[in-house]
Ligand binder design. Sequence first.
Ligand code: ADP
Ligand code: ADP
Length: 235
Amino acid sequence: MSRIVLSEVSKSFTTDTGVHTDALRNVSLNVESGEIFGLIGRSGAGKSTLLRMINALERPTSGSVQVDGVDLAQVSGDRLRKMRHGIGMVFQQFNLMNSRTVFGNIAVPLKLAGWKEDDIATRVADLLDFVGLGDKAFVKPRRLSGGQKQRVGIARAIANQPDILLSDEATSALDPQTTAEIVALLRSVNEEFGITIVVVTHEMDVVSSLADRAAILSQGEVVELGPIQQILSKP
Ligand code: ADP
Ligand code: ADP
């Protein structure tokens, strides 16, 4: 369980050729502990940049990001690494390592966090059962369907028992039936483990079936924020 607070967060990028982009402008929002929060917006709206702020992969140009009361700008080194272990991430293109088995992929974050081999084996087996891939441990990702790959991605993301799961267009490469299955899996991640989830998507049906509350971003600004039914009832 973790609470995320963004206060007046702005982020601008200037490329080598001098092109300036305001990716986020004065964004203030809270993600409450244990909720599923949707971030909606077109391509280029700033959704991924916002996610990368929560993971401390990007720093705000101004404003602050707090996770459980800790300002991420004040954290570095080992402490930051530990905080990142408490945040899992899933991706549109799954980001699995093709040279490794399903087991090997899910074991990576556990190895990085210093788990012992025996504990890793037990943990990975449990995770595979949870995501419904108990028979795929020693298969390479290229043998899996898109939905199965995302199940591996989710197992890897929650392996370290994170408090927060960040989902960046996790269903955008999947067909509607598979999308519904992954939505159901994300919901059970939230319900069974109390993991706070931030879901970035441009698919309105995904947020409407998954999120408790949502924000709509447009050109780096929050243009709507509230309970999902309220957001969806706006024209
Ligand atoms: P979304 O995830 O909603 O598609 P992004 O957060 O990826 O939006 O991007 C928001 C804006 O910031 C876009 O105009 C994008 O081109 C720009 N941007 C994002 N990251 C960088 C970067 N590292 N360097 C320059 N511009 C960037
Ligand atoms: P790597 O960590 O080098 O990517 P793999 O992904 O192939 O290795 O496997 C991860 C772990 O699973 C290793 O500890 C390996 O010993 C074990 N393993 C791999 N294949 C099998 C198998 N067919 N039966 C039992 N254990 C296996």
